[in-house]
Design a protein around this ligand. Structure first.
Ligand code: PGA
Length: 256
């Protein structure tokens, strides 16, 4: 079985001191565990990436991801952060296509495709998010929506490039709402995404692709969700801001 991945998306939360405290608490708890067979990725805001990469180097217990990167290479793009900058400071992953970026920053398939390319060209592994809105699920368009997002954002890649991608299925109605998808709904969509990958890249690539679930995961519901065949871990928002919760999720992922 593939080793599970648990990624924490801190979003736009925490002051400098709070971020430092949370990292400290996480390391204290993780150090107490004898064996943990989970790959942990922490995705703090840009301002705390250096703090996180320093901590990553010191403790070697997790990898660091960014929450966004520029679709542009470099130059006169005030306020932007490039993939090369992230790579140069030890960041190895980046969330791309999160529904909050699609919604509030109007990031469409074309922009996201460019961001995926920037990431891969600079050695950053994209955690590419897909997921349907509530009306789309209610009208049974969820498979169609996710198919479009996966195809438009990722299927221009060649096999070698695609093999580096992590996908996160995050139904938008489940994000931050406390209303997680049922394990069956998650399992069904993961199987569908894997089928799309199989058709485009073949079964070896499809079987090897990591597909995470995200949306109101917590220490109480992850066991059942992660136990679904084809669910390779989770992208955790709110629960990643509490050390006890997050570490409990990592431990449960390790024990499945
Ligand atoms: P949530 O967020 O766990 O708070 O629902 C998940 C995400 O947006 O990645």
């Amino acid at each position: 079985m593939r080793k599970k991945i648990v990624a924490g998306n801190w979003k736009m939360n925490l002051t400098f001191q709070e971020a430092d405290d949370l990292l400290g608490d996480l390391m204290d708890r993780l150090e107490e565990i004898d064996e943990l067979d989970t790959e942990i990725i922490i995705c703090p805001p840009f301002t705390y990436l250096e703090m996180a990469t320093d901590c990553c180097e010191e403790y070697q217990m997790f990898e660091v991801g960014a929450q966004n990167l520029s679709a542009f290479d470099q130059g006169a793009y005030t306020g932007e952060i490039s993939a090369a900058m992230l790579e140069s400071m030890g960041v190895t992953y980046c969330i791309i296509g999160h529904s909050e970026r699609r919604k509030y920053f109007e990031e469409d398939d074309k922009i996201l495709k460019a961001k995926v390319d920037q990431a891969l060209e600079n050695g950053i592994i994209p955690i590419f998010c897909v997921g349907e809105l509530l009306p789309e699920r209610e009208s049974e368009k969820h498979f169609e929506v996710v198919r479009r997002q996966v195809r438009h954002g990722l299927f221009h890649l060649d096999t070698n490039e695609f093999s580096k991608i992590i996908i996160a299925y995050e139904p938008v109605w489940a994000i931050g709402t406390g209303m997680n998808a049922t394990p069956e709904q998650a399992g069904e969509m993961h199987a569908y995404i894997r089928k799309l990958i199989d058709e485009r890249y073949g079964s070896e690539v499809a079987q090897a692709t990591m597909i995470l679930y995200g949306g109101s995961c917590n220490s109480k519901n992850v066991k059942d969700i992660f136990a679904q065949p084809g669910v390779d871990g989770g992208l955790i928002g709110g629960a990643s801001l509490k050390a006890d919760e997050f570490v409990s999720i990592c431990i449960q992922a390790s024990n499945i």
